[in-house]
Design a protein around this ligand. Structure first.
Ligand code: GAR
Length: 205
């Protein structure tokens, strides 16, 4: 039986969710999987520095260098397969993946989204925009969701959710930080462990 599920994390920016995953592996919260690779679609993503500091292998693949979405995805698939990746975690990865890509890794890709899906999700809802929309709507509770990734943006099966209170006077930035701290950084590692354990069980069968 395989000892650990090989995890690749796809990132675009600051990488605080990647940090939460690396910390969770270090503390043993994630013990059925190990982060083997970090792939960024942005060469200046600080997430790359976090990975390098932790001694994790990194790769950069940009749409610009690849010339098209199709070639961009093909190159990512090549890198993921060369590393024998079992589980792909989108942690602030700001590029929508095609059906061809998501089908290639059916039930092997999970994503963290900073709202309680089905609110404030889908195309155009990413990063701070999600929190701006929540505040504009006047919701009193928001949160984060971890879900499987399929061809519908933010439309795959929900794995975990956690609610977070909106406070009087919140700005999108303040709300984003609270949602990250109280929800994303907790449920993403927990879901990564749950799915890694499931994948290990499947390979044992
Ligand atoms: C996180 O809040 C993540 O949920 C969000 O971007 C931020 C990335 O932060 N992702 C999306 O909006 C995807 N639809 P990080 O780089 O510090 O982890």
């Amino acid at each position: 039986m395989k000892q650990k599920c090989k995890i690749a994390v796809l990132v675009s920016g600051g990488g605080t969710n990647l940090q939460a995953l690396m910390d969770a592996e270090h503390s043993g919260i994630i013990h059925s999987g190990t982060i083997c690779l970090v792939v960024a679609n942005n060469p200046s993503a600080y997430a790359l520095t976090r990975a390098q500091n932790a001694g994790i292998k990194t790769a950069v693949v940009t749409k610009k260098d690849c010339g098209s979405q199709e070639k961009f995805e093909q190159e990512i698939i090549r890198i993921l397969e060369a590393e024998q990746t079992d589980l792909i975690i989108l942690a602030g990865f700001m590029s929508i993946l095609s059906e061809k890509f998501t089908r290639h890794f059916e039930k092997r890709i999970i994503n963290v989204h900073p709202s309680l899906i089905p609110s404030f999700c889908g195309e155009g809802f990413y990063g701070l925009r999600v929190h701006e929309a929540a505040l504009n709507k006047g919701v009193k509770v928001t949160g984060a969701t971890v879900h499987y990734v399929n061809e519908i943006p933010d439309g795959g099966e929900i794995i975990m959710q956690k609610a977070v209170q909106v406070h009087e006077g919140d700005t999108p930035e303040k709300l984003q930080k609270r949602v990250m701290r109280l929800a994303e950084w907790k449920i993403l590692p927990a879901a990564a462990e749950q799915v890694s354990a499931e994948i290990l069980n499947q390979t044992e069968e």
